[in-house]
Design a protein around this ligand. Structure first.
Ligand code: ZN
Length: 283
């Protein structure tokens, strides 16, 4: 299933897409698509209602698409998780996952405007596969236990300000949590619709020029390992998100470091998970 949220910021209507792509209104089933919805078996209820044909149609024409998950509990990010990206940044391939946090209030819709922070000269892009947690993961016994904790997958643009991230502080968070820095969506795609999450192409272009063209098969630490690993150090809860890292091709690693400027448009795609498009403007 593909779950989504349609409407103005803060007033999104929860929805699901049928097989033919038509949208159905979920507001009779749930107030929103959030951690409580996922924790209480919401996805199963939607699946039953969709199969029963009992959901009202929703006209989405011309309406904004919001992030597919309301109020994420936390956004945990994995750095340098693709060998080619570690190389382009001059970093060694890590022996353990590089873990940092992103302020969950940075999450915006997949087609929303993104703000270049005041004083920024190094705003950069990162296309990523995002994992949404649907069941608590606490001290998982092994990576095989991770699948039961995953509600689905979506796309994140882990927007980053490299000067704030790398030059202002030993911790990366300052350059990762600026306003609007996590476009997410368009859909939360359930695992049954993703054949192999470790075989998905990821692409990103800036003003029509391809910059990133990777594949999740090149992750250093794969998704089940990451969920298991994180669960040894923190409790992952329904509605939490893991941004699993970005392949090569970010501005930081490109000749001439072509960081984003006012008016630039970034387009992202991950196989089976849809597309995003954001125009960047000065805050
Ligand atoms: Zn990232």
């Amino acid at each position: 299933m593909r779950l989504l949220r349609i409407g103005a910021p803060g007033a999104e209507v929860p929805a699901v897409l049928g097989e033919d792509g038509a949208a159905f209104d979920l507001s009779g089933l749930t107030r929103d698509i959030d951690g409580d919805f996922l924790a209480s078996g919401g996805i199963d209820r939607v699946r039953e209602a969709l199969a029963a044909g009992s959901l009202p149609a929703l006209d989405t024409d011309g309406l904004r698409v919001g992030a597919p998950l309301a109020r994420p509990g936390k956004v945990v990010c994995i750095g340098l998780n693709y060998r080619d990206h570690a190389e382009e940044t001059g970093a060694a391939a890590p022996e353990r996952p590089v873990v940092f946090m992103k302020d969950p209030s940075t999450v915006v819709g997949p087609y929303d405007e993104v703000l270049i922070p005041r004083g920024s000269v190094k705003t950069d892009w990162e296309v990523e596969l995002a994992v949404v947690i649907g069941r608590e993961a606490r001290y998982l016994a092994d990576p095989a236990a991770a699948a039961a904790c995953i509600a689905g997958y979506t796309i994140s643009n882990d927007v980053s300000e490299r000067e704030f991230q790398l030059e202002y502080s030993a911790q990366w968070d300052l350059g990762k949590s600026c306003e609007t820095f996590n476009p997410m969506g368009p859909w939360l795609v359930t695992p049954d619709e993703v054949d192999d999450p470790q075989a998905l192409g990821l692409r990103l272009s800036v003003n029509g020029e391809v910059r990133q063209n990777g594949d999740t098969k090149n992750m250093i630490f794969e998704i089940p390992y990451l969920v298991w690993y994180l669960s040894q150090y923190m409790v992952l809860r329904p509605g939490d998100v893991i941004n699993t890292g970005t392949p090569a091709g970010v501005a930081l690693g490109l000749p001439g470091t072509p960081y984003l400027r006012d008016g630039d448009t970034v387009e992202l795609a991950v196989d089976g998970l849809g597309t995003q498009r954001q125009t960047f403007h000065n805050a």
